[in-house]
Design a protein around this ligand. Structure first.
Ligand code: B12
Length: 227
């Protein structure tokens, strides 16, 4: 199997919610065939760049979203694909974070309250960790109070907030407002998630919007170089 064929197959099994050999996938026929976990391990063994795997996860989940929107997929389908990527991330993460010094600064990241989406946030966190930043990930559905408390304790240089729902964008706005009100004017705030934009970042007083993990890393490196 060529590299591209393997990545295409990986995208396919994620779309089919085929977690590993043991499960049967969306159409009930896939038991005994390599699932997401086996293909990810194979890709890493063959020396495929872990960043290419992260891109494939993103592409697959975008298609899952399209299928959900068009009515072809239902919530359990979306959850199965999400679980595939969640498990796969655990396999990929140690490869990305290996050999880093964590000297570049502290990055606190969270998905805001009301929002349970974490695949994109986790990819961003992993990439940033892999690039040598110290990352503290507060998880999903994190209340503003907890974020503020963590800022006080951890004293990050950067805060990253994720929101995937239009309804949780307002929560994101509240968190940014609280961070600024409590006097943390030096902390650079990065935001991301499908419904967000640079225009929204400007409106709520966040510093940077990033459309994906690559842009997050590029912007972060630029901001760090400038400071
Ligand atoms: C998987 C998924 C789920 C999974 C989440 C599993 C998990 N562990 O995350 C489950 C099944 C739980 C779920 C639930 C729901 N979901 Co959902 N979900 C998705 C889906 C298909 C993919 C999201 C994803 O993982 N994308 C892949 C990653 C790699 O991309 P990403 O998240 O955009 O992240 C990248 C960038 O945005 C950016 N980024 C993201 N965060 C951050 C943070 C920082 C700091 C930075 C710098 C960058 C950054 O970088 C990331 C990496 O490149 C999207 C569709 C879509 N197009 O997004 C719908 C979607 C977000 N969900 C949607 C909906 C409606 C729901 C539910 C309300 C469904 C329901 N009826 O219950 C619930 C809400 C639950 C809740 N309270 O949060 C809608 C939202 C619509 C809207 N306008 O608000 C979407 C858009 C689907 C759709 N087209 O209708 N969902």
């Amino acid at each position: 199997m060529s590299e591209q064929e393997l990545l295409n197959e990986l995208e396919h099994v994620i779309l089919m919610g085929h977690i590993n050999e043991e499960d049967e996938g969306l159409d009930g026929t896939m038991q005994g065939t390599p699932g997401t976990e086996e293909l990810v391990k194979k890709a890493l063994e063959e020396g495929i760049d872990p960043e290419k795997l992260l891109k494939t996860f993103g592409k697959a989940m975008e298609k899952v979203g399209e299928k959900f929107e068009s009515g072809e997929f239902f919530l359990p389908d979306m959850m199965a694909s999400g679980e595939c990527v969640g498990n796969a991330m655990e396999i990929v993460e140690p490869k990305l974070a290996a050999g880093t010094s964590y000297e570049k600064g502290k990055f606190l990241i969270a998905t805001v309250q009301g929002d349970l989406h974490d695949i994109g946030k986790n990819i961003v966190a992993t990439m940033i960790k892999g690039a040598g930043y110290h990352v503290k990930d507060l998880g999903i559905d994190v209340p503003a109070d907890n974020i503020l408390e963590a800022i006080k304790e951890y004293e990050p240089n950067f805060v990253g907030l994720s929101a995937l729902l239009t309804t949780t964008m307002t929560e994101m706005e509240q968190v940014v407002k609280r961070i600024r009100e409590e006097g943390y004017s030096d902390i650079k705030i990065f935001i991301g998630g499908v419904p967000t934009s640079q225009e929204f970042a400007d409106k709520i007083g966040a510093d940077h919007h990033c459309k994906d993990a690559m842009e997050a890393l590029n912007k972060l490196e630029k901001v760090r170089d400038a400071s």
